[in-house]
Design a protein around this ligand. Sequence first.
Ligand code: SAM
Length: 405
Amino acid sequence: MDEKVAPVSKIVLPAAFVEFLHQNGLDPSIYIASQSIPRYIRLKPGCGTRVTEIEEEVKCKIRELSWLPNFYFLPPDVHIASTKGYQEGKIYGIDAASGASVIALNVSPGDHILDLCAAPGAKLCMILDLIGCSGSVTGVDVARHRLAASRTMLQKYGQVTDVVFSLQMELFSPLFHQGFSQAVSCVMNLIKHRLVGMEEESEIYKEWTHRRPYKERKRVAKARENVSRHPFVRNQDPELIFYGRNSGVVGLRKSEVFRSVDDLEILQFGYDKVFVDAECTHDGSVRHIQKFEQWGWETLSRRVLDAERTDDVTVLQLKLLTNGFRLLKAGGFLVYSTCSLTVAQNEDVVEQFLSQNLSAELVEIEDAKGWPCSPARTPKTLRFDPSASFTSGLFIAKFTKLTIR
Ligand SMILES: C[S@@+](CC[C@H](N)C(=O)[O-])C[C@H]1O[C@@H](n2cnc3c(N)ncnc32)[C@H](O)[C@@H]1O
């Protein structure tokens, strides 16, 4: 692993990573293409007039992307963080392929949407823009620090950030959105600790507060430690860590918020759309891989190449997809995406899932007709290949739920 070979672009990929790419039939030259992959930004709808101002600030032209509304691109080495538009929450960085995966969901105002791997939240922001002021969005994630980033991001971009949950993913029962009177976003994770604002389980949720008692803070810190040591360990106790005043949660008991539901109920009252932007090895995200040069290639070895971990990831992906699908109502749509280009994390997961779920059917992604992507091995699924799309690498599959009688 320490041996460095294969000079690719400006970075020198470690031999083990080159081997990983070869084993998965991936061409290391996609990392060369990274030099010509632009930086993508999304302007919040209605902010198109800010383009000239941003151009003056970054001292270069920003160009509109023809195939994705509100997306623009600029040279990869130009940073937007110091621009007024960025600081005022009018623009954010999001890769065009990621934007495409959100569009594949066909978000409509009034939809009730579940985002299962939501943090740090660029796609959640986009979903909230598309849904407008009706319907609901529920965001879920396992990582507390990433959830904190999501909350900050949603607040910055003026999104409704009413609810943040702490929840065991695999045990997740839908927080029935019928309880919400307006669009809310809920971010959840798996950290096991007691409900903030509730002294006893039997108590009613009080208004959430940042000012937590000492005992509560200690419990949270301990839970955080456990989760970072055992990221894949199942916890038993779904917990709410943050919720907003208008979330519909204040005044309810835990049993009312997290009531168990059967599959028949879900067919009728489940989510209209579910987005599973699954945890993956990120090998398709060229920029992400390049960052390991600073982080240390040993970290790449641990996070991407470790065979046991890669197996864990595919098991987790199948679980996330299965659980997300369970929570979908009949006739609803689910988008599964990863920024890995390996068949194991994409087509194999999709095919295994289909073989286990007779009510799942792949559907064509209509919007993709104008996108620079290519068909993947499984019919109706697609891939963004960085060397052809000039975006990050991404796999997308879209399912619907049939009613099987
Ligand atoms: C590809 S990232 C999601 C990116 C996000 N959709 C966005 O647009 O910013 C995958 C996420 O899955 C989360 N994750 C990993 N295991 C999880 C689990 N068991 N349940 C929920 N989220 C999980 C990770 O913490 C990570 O934030």
